[in-house]
Write a protein that binds this ligand. Structure first.
Ligand SMILES: Cc1cc2nc3c(=O)[nH]c(=O)nc-3n(C[C@H](O)[C@H](O)[C@H](O)COP(=O)(O)OP(=O)(O)OC[C@H]3O[C@@H](n4cnc5c(N)ncnc54)[C@H](O)[C@@H]3O)c2cc1C
Length: 371
């Protein structure tokens, strides 16, 4: 089924497919092996206007919303989940500014991201992964500035991004209610970058520590007001979790495409295609959930958290099930490094973890059901 209903969405999809075919697929194996950051591909995405799509029109973007973001992430994700993650992480960091930023912040930072500057979302810390209330990073107000001290870990685009959205405690005694969100520019004295993680999957994306030592930023870089940081993060995830679902759908689809081509080549019996049929149906169901949620978000709906969680939970579990089964059905070939499917399975695992683990998605859905 085709979920693109406008001509523009068709154009976006075709552009992403062309970049995937011509620029990403030929390089993905090497990028993964060497965990090389995909500079050239990101530049191509910027040059073709892909970073403009998720930015509102008033700030130099095309105002494509969540649906177009999902279309691009799915198509790029079919080719390489690391590239899709690098791109989607910028949308993740742009979203708090879109939703809660001041007019000045939007003008200054969204227009930069629309032109292709990478952005980074800095929430996770050693003692604050699933539980954002455990954040130890502090932001202390001094006259017209905030001084940030602390360290974030496992931050996508760390060191590569120009713009950092950072969550820190302004009132530590209030836990999650004492958090605030700030914009920090890469060149600010006091921000530095630690080790690059050597990861299981999405290896060509850059995941790194981001460290703040007496990092002084203007008070005007506070997003919204003090104490709403947790809400900023949660509302952001409402918009971006379907994007993780779209990536998972792209990952699962590419594994199935590899298997179908192989099954045809070896003239596999119909019984193998029957097994593929079941997996194919699950991927289509996941895709339907992702795009109906994205359209619901784009319609301006407010009661979206539970659907956003579902549209991350189900597709990422499907992606893990499908990629693991595809390796099994490929037999020994599935275990060889030179076949794409082993990379695809490693990438799939990550989608169950970031932007809130799937246990946390179940918790969000369960809390709503129990109310
Ligand atoms: C490749 C990659 C890129 C990432 N990029 C970013 C980024 O750009 N920015 C960022 O801020 N973070 C990023 N992260 C971090 C990611 O969001 C966290 O890993 C994730 O939120 C889980 O946190 P944790 O790893 O600390 O696990 P923990 O919170 O320590 O959880 C460990 C386990 O316990 C379970 N658990 C925890 N609490 C509960 C509960 N209440 N109920 C049930 N189960 C529970 C979890 O589901 C999980 O299985 C990235 C992670 C990865 C792997």
């Amino acid at each position: 089924m085709n979920y693109c209903i406008s001509q523009r969405e068709e154009y976006v999809k075709a552009t992403a497919q062309k970049i995937a075919r011509e620029k990403i697929i030929p390089q993905r194996e090497l990028l993964d092996e060497k965990k090389d950051f995909p500079y050239e591909i990101i530049k191509e995405l910027a040059d073709t206007g892909m970073f403009r799509l998720f930015i509102p029109k008033a700030y130099g973007g095309d105002g494509g919303g969540d649906t177009e973001l999902c279309i691009i992430v799915e198509e790029i994700g079919k080719a390489c989940a690391a590239v899709a993650t690098t791109y989607a992480a910028s949308a993740l960091a742009a979203t708090p500014i879109i939703l809660f930023g001041s007019e000045n912040q939007k003008m200054k930072y969204l227009s930069k991201i629309a032109q292709g500057s990478l952005a980074s979302f800095c929430l996770t810390e050693p003692s604050a992964g699933s539980d954002a209330g455990g954040i130890q990073t502090r932001a202390t107000k001094e006259n017209d500035s905030y001084i940030i001290n602390g360290a974030k870990q496992w931050i996508t685009n760390g060191g590569e991004a120009e713009v950092y959205v950072v969550f820190a405690a302004t009132n530590p005694s209030r836990g999650a209610r004492g958090l605030s969100a700030f914009i920090v520019e890469k060149e600010t004295p006091g921000i530095s970058f630690g080790k690059i993680e050597d990861k299981l999957g999405i290896r060509a994306s850059c995941t790194r520590e981001v460290i703040f030592e007496n990092c002084k930023i203007p008070a005007e870089n506070l997003i919204g007001k003090e104490g709403i940081g947790f809400i900023v993060a949660m509302r952001t995830f409402d918009h971006t979790r379907p994007g993780v679902g779209a990536l998972a759908v792209g990952i699962a689809q590419s594994a199935l495409d590899e298997l179908i081509a192989y099954a045809k080549q070896i003239k596999a019996p119909l019984s193998l295609f029957e097994q593929i049929a079941e997996l194919y149906t699950k991927v289509e169901a996941a895709r339907a959930l992702v795009y109906s949620t994205a359209r619901y978000l784009d319609s301006g709906a407010k009661d979206v958290s539970v659907y956003s969680s579902m549209s991350k939970l189900f597709p990422s579990d499907v992606a893990m099930e499908v990629t693991s089964k595809v390796i099994e059905l490929f037999g020994i070939f599935g275990c060889r490094r030179k076949y794409a499917v082993e990379k695809i399975m490693r990438d799939a695992k990550i989608t169950q973890i970031y932007e809130g683990t799937n246990e946390i998605q179940k918790l969000i859905i369960a809390n709503t059901l129990a109310k």
